[in-house]
Design a protein around this ligand. Structure first.
Ligand code: KIV
Length: 276
């Protein structure tokens, strides 16, 4: 695709307008080359705090810092011209007060170029979402399995089964009314995701939710087979890049040990020989 035929930049309003019409495509990204590969295929790219687990080897997202998000956010921004850039607010950067959330959301946007932030929580975060939106910060909400709360949720379990679904529904209404432009639904029963999708006016973005959601998101390292420590049931592997990379590294190591790399085509003649 030539530079002139690139699609225009997606806004929060464009995402909102896709509700009930065109499925919204999104993936996480943490680096410039990956962002470049996704840019023309996705509607928005999330710099997720999953970066802590998939790229930094952390045991959960709780150890992710503002500095890590800014470093990866700025790298991803350099790879995008079409897809909207959404960035996660890390644990501890927004829960204390709307003012704390505004200060950190503004910093994330200023220092990365992100067009929106994502934060976890429902009814309890509605006032904060309203505060941010009223001050010019588009917010994507995140309900169901909210990984920053694993210590109170008791692990990475399906959320909102049976009677517990009422709290997720209440959360979805609260974040929509507060002005969020979309809501991620993670690891909730399909029927609950469908009910929320029908009930709220903002797009639902499913991950382990339902094909009936207004859009889908996956962690890129999961769907490419780059992150192999575990595979959630909701992940479909579209590639096995981790296995391919390890095979390539093993082949390189064998070549070096056998002195078959570098070969003649990889080395340089001295000037006299080159002229001759
Ligand atoms: O951090 C992340 O990658 C996310 C997605 C799983 C939605 O929040």
């Amino acid at each position: 695709m030539s530079a002139n035929s690139k699609k225009p930049a997606v806004t929060a309003g464009d995402i909102l307008a896709k509700k009930g019409k065109t499925p919204i495509v999104s993936l996480t990204a943490y680096t410039t080359p990956m962002a470049q590969m996704m840019d023309q295929h996705c509607d928005f790219i999330l710099v997720g705090d999953s970066v802590g687990m998939v790229l930094h080897g952390l045991p959960s997202t709780l150890g992710v810092t503002m500095e890590m998000m800014i470093l990866h956010g700025a790298a991803v921004a350099r790879g995008l011209s079409h897809a909207m850039l959404v960035i996660d607010m890390p644990f501890g950067s927004y829960e204390e007060s709307p003012a704390q959330a505004f200060r950190n959301a503004a910093r994330l946007m200023r220092e990365t170029g992100a067009a929106a932030v994502k934060l976890e929580g429902g009814v309890e975060m509605a006032a904060t979402i309203r505060f941010l939106v009223e001050r010019g910060i588009p917010v994507m909400a995140h309900l169901g399995l909210t990984p920053q709360s694993i210590n109170t949720l008791g692990g990475y379990k399906v959320q909102g089964r049976d009677a517990a679904g009422a709290a997720v529904i209440a959360g979805a209404h609260a974040v929509a009314e507060a002005g969020a432009f979309a809501v991620v639904l993670e690891k909730v029963p399909q029927t609950l995701a469908d009910e929320i999708t029908a009930a709220v006016a903002i797009p639902t973005i499913g991950i382990g939710a339902s094909v009936g959601c207004d859009g889908q998101i996956l962690v890129v390292d999961d769907m490419l087979g780059l992150f192999t420590a575990f595979k959630p049931k909701f992940v479909k592997r579209y590639g096995n890049l981790g296995a391919d990379a390890e095979a390539a590294i093993a082949a390189y190591a064998a070549d070096v040990r056998a002195r078959s790399f570098p070969a003649a085509e990889h080395v340089f003649a001295d000037q006299t020989a080159a002229k001759g």
